[in-house]
Design a protein around this ligand. Structure first.
Ligand SMILES: NC(=O)c1ccc[n+]([C@@H]2O[C@H](COP(=O)([O-])OP(=O)(O)OC[C@H]3O[C@@H](n4cnc5c(N)ncnc54)[C@H](OP(=O)(O)O)[C@@H]3O)[C@@H](O)[C@H]2O)c1
Length: 307
């Protein structure tokens, strides 16, 4: 099969578009013919990209891109609940090879039927961002009607889902974004938008129940002060991993694959209540450009030759 692989630690300049062995599914594994996969530029810096769960070093070559949309091509002998030919989307285990290839391996617990309202390129842009927003707002912050939530980076992949989900939960949504994205974020459901480039948010926001921080660093540090007493900050920015401060460590999490949540996300997408935002769709041969050309909004997507 054709695949995009890393043979050394590096960034997008190290990616090679080349032939690779087509995997075959064992046990309960599912082989997916990948139609599209979204780009996560920060994946080069994420711990599982080059490490094993026990702290060792992963073997090269390595395939990135852990969210995908495609069609089930084959299943392992112990696989149940998934049929060859099913259109699926999903987020695979961070520690295994990803979906920047014509085929990828996953398991039934990490995939769900693709939303019918979306094409594969759109569906591929949903799993990481939608699951992250879901796990931040619903699992960790337990957001409910009438709560006040501040979403940092609201025009981004995760932020755009966080705004839509918070709106769906009938929360009062305050968003930070650049001025060029203010109308876009309002259309997603934000009640208030703050241009982070001109207005320090802490001068105009106070007493929020929940902060969803997708930016990190100084933005996270300044956010503690806008929480009401007992309010909760949730951060996904990777710099939090390096902090020993308990409140920062407790606020940080890494998104996990989840079939049940993906099914619920599909339902909301098909009902027209939430949607992924796609930047530009690139071909496999243009993968470096897909990493280097920052999308104005949402996520860039790679489509495979099969699409
Ligand atoms: N821990 C996890 O499980 C997890 C999961 C997914 C993503 N992440 C991480 O979360 C971060 C966000 O991911 P993403 O996919 O949403 O990124 P993204 O699509 O690149 O969005 C980032 C957004 O941040 C905005 N921004 C930049 N500086 C800002 C500031 N000072 N204040 C407010 N907004 C600011 C930008 O807005 P404008 O365009 O309006 O300037 C941009 O839309 C990345 O670092 C990613 O690695 C972590």
């Amino acid at each position: 099969m054709r695949a995009i692989r890393l043979h050394q630690v590096g960034g997008s300049e190290s990616l090679l578009y080349e032939e690779a062995p087509k995997p075959s599914p064992k046990d309960n594994q599912v082989l997916v013919q990948v139609y599209a996969t979204a780009i996560t530029p920060t994946e080069f810096a994420w711990y599982p990209t080059f490490h094993t769960p026990d702290g060792g070093t992963r073997q090269f070559p390595i395939i990135l891109g852990h969210e995908f949309s495609g069609v089930v091509d084959a299943i392992g002998p112990a696989c149940t609940g998934v049929q060859v030919g099913d259109p699926v989307y999903g987020l695979s285990d961070w520690f295994i090879d990803g979906a920047q290839a014509e085929y990828c391996l996953t398991v039934p617990a990490h995939i769900a039927p693709k939303p019918v309202a979306l094409d594969h390129a759109q569906a591929a842009a949903a799993p990481i961002s939608a699951l992250t927003a879901w796990q931040a707002l619903i699992n960790r912050a337990k957001l409910s009607e009438g709560k006040r939530v501040l979403v940092h980076g609201a025009a981004g992949g995760v932020g755009s889902f966080a705004v839509q989900l918070a709106r769906h939960k009938k929360a009062h949504v305050i968003a930070t974004a650049s001025a060029a994205n203010a109308d876009f974020v309002t259309a997603l459901g934000a009640d208030e938008v703050i241009d982070y480039r001109t207005t320090p948010f802490e001068t105009v926001v106070r007493d929020v129940d929940v902060v969803i921080d997708t930016v990190g660093a100084d933005t996270r540090d300044r956010s503690w002060g806008v929480l009401r007493k007992g309010g909760q900050l949730v951060t996904i920015a990777a710099d939090a991993e390096r902090f020993s401060q308990p409140r920062v460590r407790d606020a940080f999490f890494i998104v996990e694959p989840n079939r049940v949540q993906l099914i619920e996300i599909s339902r909301l997408i098909d009902a027209g209540l939430i949607r992924p935002i796609v930047g530009t769709v690139f071909t496999m041969g243009d993968v470096r450009q897909a990493y280097e050309q920052k999308p104005v909004r949402g996520k860039n997507v790679l489509r495979m030759a099969a699409l």
